[in-house]
Each structure stands twice: as structure tokens, then as C-alpha cells.
Design a protein around this ligand. Structure first.
Ligand code: SF4
Length: 61
């Protein structure tokens, strides 16, 4: 099972990932975006979020 991984060094905090897939991405208390623990990352909203990140800083691992 592949899962998305964020490169925080490239993230510009635009919130696109959270808007498109709020069940998979969140802004944590430390002010960083992170991937939520899910059993399945295959749904279309998550793929759209990965594709639409303006910095291409979400990769599949
Ligand atoms: S879409 Fe990309 S650049 Fe925007 S907040 Fe999410 S990870 Fe950061």
C-alpha cells in the first residue's frame, strides 16, 4: 500500500491538500501539514490533492 509523504521543506502552506482531501491531510498543532494515518490512501480525493499541490511536494512512498 502506497501512502503520500509531504516534503515540508517545499510546502508553502497553501492548504490545497487539506481542502481537497481533509480526511487525509491536516495542519497539526506545530503548524505543519501532515498525512493522517489511514488504512487506505487510494481514493480519488487524495490523488487529486497530490496532483494539485502547487509545489509538487507530496510524493507516493
Ligand atoms: S498542497 Fe502542497 S504546498 Fe499546499 S499545503 Fe499541501 S503540501 Fe503544502
Amino acid at each position: 500500500m502506497k501512502r503520500p509523504v509531504l516534503d515540508m521543506a517545499e510546502c508553502i502552506h497553501c492548504e490545497v491538500c487539506v481542502e481537497l482531501a481533509p480526511h487525509a491531510f491536516q495542519l497539526n498543532d506545530a503548524g505543519f501539514f501532515e498525512v493522517m494515518p489511514l488504512d487506505d490512501y487510494s481514493d480519488e480525493d487524495i490523488h487529486e490533492a497530490v496532483k494539485n499541490c502547487p509545489k509538487d511536494c507530496i510524493a507516493w512512498e
